[in-house]
Design a binder for this molecule. Structure first.
Ligand SMILES: [Zn+2]
Length: 68
């Protein structure tokens, strides 16, 4: 089988607090590391790092709902 581009492993998803407008990414440790950059969400709920491909997604912390 000859697998060409487009078959790389999916990007890592990083959950971000919805109150955050800017995230910093340095790719983490290891081979994916890169200079620190800052990414703005603007009006979107996600932003992709153009260095390492990680996707930052703003997710509301609504895991448990209060019982009232
Ligand atoms: Zn990155």
């Amino acid at each position: 089988m000859n697998i060409s581009e487009g078959m790389m492993e999916p990007p890592e998803i990083v959950e971000i607090d919805p109150s955050v407008d800017t995230v910093a990414c340095d790719g983490g440790d290891g081979a994916m590391g890169h200079p620190v950059i800052y990414l703005n969400f603007d009006d979107k709920d996600y932003v992709d790092c153009y260095y390492c491909g990680r996707r930052f997604v703003r997710i509301s912390p609504v895991k448990k709902s209060a019982h009232d």
